[in-house]
Design a protein around this ligand. Structure first.
Ligand code: AMP
Ligand code: FE
Ligand code: FE
Ligand code: ZN
Length: 289
């Protein structure tokens, strides 16, 4: 494999109905194979709940990296800045990390319910039961509330639901995320590898300074996701340069969410060299296939 081999498409950030994606884990892996991916990762928000179904449905020839996207926060400024770590190939039974994932999912439920209460107080005709129904037992996220707002005819799309008049600011409640340094320790203790997801995605809110990324590198961060639809070409180049300076691997991925977003599987990909480093360093669970 070479970094330019078009037959080796590696997409290391994809969501299923175990969180806020719209394809079931089984349909997600089938869609990955159909899209021509050689390797894909299932990285639902704060859960490994989709792993078993994805494993069982994995098409022959598709490499499956099992992971999760952890809701983290950096407390170096006030108020703290939320950020996402992609955790790959960790042991899902390791109790500290499993306990944190459970806590994060419970917090998502409380926060989702509070957002629905704020909306209902202003007369918006949606219910927590409806939103919880859209999440169908998976990690609840704002896209599920967006779905209810679309159903109620108040917005036309998920993107519109994230405008400041809705979930973006007016009806926003913070999650009580995992401290990013604690998250790194927990992922590594579970044999996993951590990559900072979309570190310059300013459209989602404030982003962290390069100095913090350097501290995270010292604390065991393994890579930076550079190629992502939320980054401009200039931002992608800056992240590559920073990764090189800090000795981190660079990844690229679609952050596929099914119909909750427009991006397609394999729209951004990771080079084989970076992927092989991730796969060889992790000790929690193996890549399947
Ligand atoms: P939550 O995890 O509940 O805070 O919701 C964040 C999720 O909403 C992200 O993982 C994306 O799937 C989605 N999201 C965030 N910002 C936007 C946006 N501006 N437009 C559409 N979806 C978004
Ligand atoms: Fe998401
Ligand atoms: Fe993310
Ligand atoms: Zn994601």
């Amino acid at each position: 494999m070479t970094d330019t081999d078009p037959h080796c498409q590696i997409d290391l950030h994809c969501h299923s109905t175990a969180s806020d994606g719209t394809l079931t884990p089984a349909d997600l892996v089938r869609a990955g194979a159909a899209a021509g991916l050689a390797v894909m990762a299932i990285t639902d928000h704060d859960t490994t709940g989709g792993w078993a179904e994805a494993e069982a449905a994995r098409p022959e020839g598709l490499g499956l990296v099992r992971g999760a996207e952890l809701s983290c926060r950096w407390h170096g400024v006030e108020p703290g800045i939320p950020l996402h770590l992609l955790a790959y190939l960790f042991d899902p039974a390791e109790p500290v990390l499993a306990g944190e994932l459970l806590r994060l999912r419970l917090d998502r439920e409380q926060r989702g319910e509070r957002i629905v209460e704020l909306l209902r107080a202003d007369g918006v005709p949606i219910t927590w039961d409806e939103v919880r129904g859209y999440a169908a037992g998976g990690s609840v996220g704002r896209p599920h509330i967006a779905q209810a707002l679309i159903r109620a005819g108040l917005v036309g799309s998920t993107t519109e639901a994230f405008a400041s008049a809705w979930l973006g600011a007016r009806y926003s409640v913070p999650k009580s995320d995992l401290d990013v340094f604690d998250a790194l320790r927990a992922v590594r203790a579970a044999g996993g590898v951590a990559v900072f997801a979309h570190p310059r995605a300013t459209k989602r809110g404030r982003v962290v300074p390069d100095e913090l990324i350097a501290e995270l590198a010292d604390a065991g961060l393994f890579g930076l996701e550079a190629d992502h639809e939320d980054h401009s070409p200039a931002e992608r180049a800056q992240i590559r340069a920073l990764a090189e300076r800090l000795g981190l691997v660079v990844t690229g991925s679609s952050d596929f969410h099914g119909t909750h977003k427009t991006v397609r599987l394999g729209a951004f990909t990771t080079g084989p060299a970076a992927y092989e480093k991730i796969a060889s360093v992790a000790t929690g669970v193996p890549v399947l296939g």
